[in-house]
Design a protein around this ligand. Structure first.
Ligand code: C5P
Length: 410
């Protein structure tokens, strides 16, 4: 009963996937949650409030302007009397409304009035999902802290069209709800994990530096996911513009050398996950003063020197953690390169992602985008994950770390 005592408000949007939400209610209740339902007017065209009410064993709420409903419970109370609001299916319309703060029906008013975590399970036609308007709304909602599960790739129920847009399956949605509500499950309690995330900045002179496109989104999401599972996480982060993850000790650094020193300071640890896009080279002999442009003189040339490899240093360290995980952003020969890296860097697992511009993930590829397509490469083989949000990759990786560490006796 992992959701025992948890109150979930399920908002059912108007899409064919609404029929799956009836199964979702059953699965949430099986795990001990109490479920209350709000249905949009469109949702009632697909499933009846009677069915939803029979499954929740509660009243179903449909109308913002129903005097009786507003008098008895009211949209503000509906929003507040929940530990989690789950929107399934989250239609393009519901996403657009919340992204823009519209509140012209009960479902959107409840979402706008809520102060509790929100999980959306989008479902729509692939063309609607990939439309720039929906992508914009998705980015806004993610920035606002809304969590997402799915959509999956597959055949659409209504048109038979294939593509991304099918609602995640009820068991996966229930598992995501569990992860968000913790469910008291802390398999990483007592485990120390050191991580790196973001880019490094390598100074040229006091005003200029060499950097890269890493946003820190993936590394920070992993740190947060590990903390939710109870781990004591030290996150050594290069300069990023995203907030520090909740429940994590964040150490801020700029250069690769500072990053290495902070990582070594955090040892011993049970696990190290090196996600940072560390600059391979730094400028040899950083200038103490700003390099001046002198008319008539040739452009300066910069001599470069190799930076320490932090992952390799940890992988071969006297205080090597039991589990060492690296990332490999590649633009070609992804798996072969990852395999070579396992050995060279002394890692147990490499999370390999294709950051080539034609990988079709994110707005500008993986770096800076919100989605990721990864393969987990170990000496035993390759596990290919579907295209997921960075949050989902983080959740899965945290679960994998918990599984691997559970087999290692402290
Ligand atoms: O060799 P490459 O840069 O592709 O390796 C990527 C992996 O190594 C990532 O896990 C990255 O965080 C780590 N790395 C590091 N220090 C470096 C270069 C890469 O920790 N100087």
């Amino acid at each position: 009963m992992t959701l025992s005592g948890k109150r979930i408000l399920l908002i059912i949007g108007g899409g064919i996937a609404a029929y799956k939400s009836l199964d979702l209610i059953r699965r949430l209740r099986e795990r001990g949650a109490s479920v209350r339902c709000v249905m949009t007017a469109a949702a009632t065209e697909f499933v009846t409030p009677l069915s939803a009410g029979a499954l929740t064993a509660d009243r179903v709420f449909t109308d913002l302007f129903d005097r009786e409903e507003e008098h008895d419970v009211g949209h503000i109370r509906l929003a507040r009397e929940a530990d989690l609001i789950l929107v399934a299916p989250a239609t393009a319309d519901l996403m657009a409304k919340l992204a823009n703060g519209l509140a012209n029906d009960l479902a959107s008013a409840v979402l706008l009035a809520s102060r509790v975590p929100v999980l959306m399970a989008p479902a729509m036609n692939p063309a609607m999902w990939s439309h720039p308007a929906t992508r914009r709304n998705l980015a806004t909602l993610m920035k606002d802290g809304i969590n997402f599960i799915g959509p999956d790739r597959g055949e659409m129920a209504e048109s038979g069209e294939a593509g991304e847009g099918r609602m995640a399956e009820p068991p996966a949605i229930a598992a995501a709800a569990e992860a968000m509500l913790d469910g008291g499950h802390k398999p990483l309690a007592g485990r120390r994990i050191v991580m790196t995330s973001g880019p490094t900045h390598e100074p040229i002179d006091p005003v200029r530096y060499i950097a890269n496109r890493s946003s820190g989104k993936q590394g920070h999401a992993i740190a947060a996911a590990l903390a939710r599972l109870g781990a004591e996480v030290t996150l050594v982060s290069g300069p990023v513009s995203i907030p520090d993850p909740a429940g994590v000790k964040t150490v801020k650094v700029e250069t690769a050398r500072e990053m290495l020193a902070a990582v070594e300071d955090a040892l011993p640890a049970d696990c190290a996950i090196m996600v940072a896009a560390v600059a391979d080279w730094r400028v040899d002999g950083e200038h103490d003063h700003k390099i001046k442009k002198t008319p008539g003189q040739a452009a300066p040339s910069l001599a470069m020197v190799e930076n320490p490899d932090i992952l390799a240093a940890v992988g071969h360290h006297a205080k090597r953690p039991e589990l060492v995980i690296g990332f490999a952003a590649e633009t070609r020969d992804v798996v072969d390169n990852a395999r070579a890296k396992l050995k060279k860097k002394g890692a147990d697992l490499i999370v390999a992602n294709d950051v080539s511009h034609d990988s079709g993930v994110g707005d500008r590829g993986v770096m800076g985008g919100d989605r990721n397509l990864v393969r987990i490469v170990s000496p035993k083989g390759v596990d290919e994950w579907p295209e997921l949000t960075k949050q989902e990759v983080a959740g899965r990786l945290a679960a994998l770390v918990a599984e691997r560490l559970a087999t290692i006796v402290v």
